[in-house]
Design a protein around this ligand. Sequence first.
Ligand SMILES: Cc1ncc(C[n+]2csc(CCO)c2C)c(N)n1
Length: 215
Amino acid sequence: MNWSTNVWKQIQPIYNRILNMPFIAELTDGTLPKEKFKFYMAQDSHYLEHFGRSLSLIASRIENINDTLTFIRFAEGAIVVENALHESYFKDFNLTDKGSMQPSCHHYAHTLKSTATLANIEVAVAAVLPCFWIYREVGHYITTNLKSVNNPYQKWIDTYGGEEFNTLVEQAIKITDRLALNCTKAQQNLMTDAFITSSHLEYQFWDGAYNLRTW
Ligand SMILES: Cc1ncc(C[n+]2csc(CCO)c2C)c(N)n1
């Protein structure tokens, strides 16, 4: 079994907890209170900047030059494309000031940056993979369970449920599996730990927004 199939099995309890979060249920039926979505968007805007920097660090460290190019594109996607989504939401929801980073976002963003800088490259790549993979799965889940026609969060849903995003995720999984193939079992276990930690932090990110958790 390849590394990714195995790790995805391992995070099933976390993934199922994510699918059962009120944030996801209310995003799906469009009833999520605006102030919670605004909190999420503002925090995510901070997150994306740090995430983009983490991807750029990985791009510069990864050995295969084609992988460097792929990670440069991921970084660009995080900063340019995703920020466009946020900007349009900032307008739609009258959000002018994103404020400072709050605990869930701060923890996640800085964990990714230190991992991207200090950990072995395969561990750094494994740490960013849940950002792609969990969002794709959640995007598909929401798309298949959509109830309301006039969902105010439709743009967000379309971004992550779409085919374009799916292609990026497939590329990210493929690179990570290739790196894992050249690793010892001990190194693969460190990759797995990093993937699991980021999956927990994805959960915490939504939980922090739903509960409007501040310092
Ligand atoms: C907390 C949090 N985690 C993951 C994503 C999803 N995401 C953001 S950028 C990017 C890659 C684009 O190249 C992906 C998958 C998010 N928005 N917020």
